[in-house]
Design a protein around this ligand. Structure first.
Ligand code: HEM
Length: 189
């Protein structure tokens, strides 16, 4: 960010903007990612088969190397563990929306444009119509490519909604994938 220049305007971030960015990182970007990692480790401890598979993936992809960006695509199973963790315990557990105009939702819920609707993400993420009879079960295979492609849009929203969705999502996922891989590489839990 210190070095980046807008390719069109040639502008750089001034000092005040840089301070805003640092505060954003601290507030929006620290607790969320660290909570995700804490929950992921808790889930791994309760699911030894998943933990075993995760270590096998990390050992075969990384060995003793320090992970680099190129490794990430081969650590897909670690990403699946994080996505399943974010499904069950999203660290930012709600977001709010408001209808553009008075609306009848699903033919039965009257919603006015003056009301806020709070979406509780842990409930959304446990809908048996989407996640089956055991929605509380921790199962990273739900996010294996073939199964993930069958999920309806909007079934998984730990990063919020639409235009106001999390701008830090790719950064957070990369950071968490790297950290969890390195923890699995170096520590017994
Ligand atoms: C696992 C990690 C993260 C989760 C689960 C998460 C979740 C969310 C959610 C749910 C929202 C929408 C809030 C709403 O609509 O009320 C949001 C917005 C936002 N997040 Fe994240 N976040 C994460 C990491 C980060 C990181 C690493 C950064 C920055 C470095 C970041 C910066 C932001 C910002 C700036 C917004 C507001 C975007 C806007 O309104 O345009 N987040 N995040």
């Amino acid at each position: 960010m210190l070095a980046a220049v807008d390719p069109e305007s040639g502008e750089k971030l001034d000092d005040e903007n840089m301070i805003f960015q640092m505060v954003t990182f601290l507030i929006a970007g620290h607790e969320t990612t660290s909570a995700t990692l804490s929950f992921a480790i808790e889930f791994l401890l309760h699911n030894p088969d998943v933990l075993k598979q995760a270590r096998e993936v990390v050992d075969s992809v990384l060995g003793t190397e320090t992970p680099r960006f190129e490794h990430l695509q081969h650590l897909k199973y670690i990403e699946q563990i994080l996505m399943e963790t974010l499904r069950l315990w999203p660290p930012a557990p709600a977001f709010t929306v408001r209808a553009n105009k008075d609306t009848l939702l699903a033919g039965k819920y009257e919603v006015t444009s003056r009301e806020d609707i709070i979406i509780l993400i842990p409930s959304l993420h446990r809908d048996p119509k989407v996640w089956g009879d055991a929605p509380d079960k921790f199962d990273p295979d739900r996010f294996a490519t073939e199964q993930a492609e069958k999920l309806p849009p909007n079934a998984w929203k730990p990063f919020g909604n639409c235009a106001r969705a999390c701008i830090g999502r790719p950064f957070a996922m990369q950071e968490a994938q790297l950290v969890l891989s390195m923890l699995l590489q170096r520590f017994d839990f």
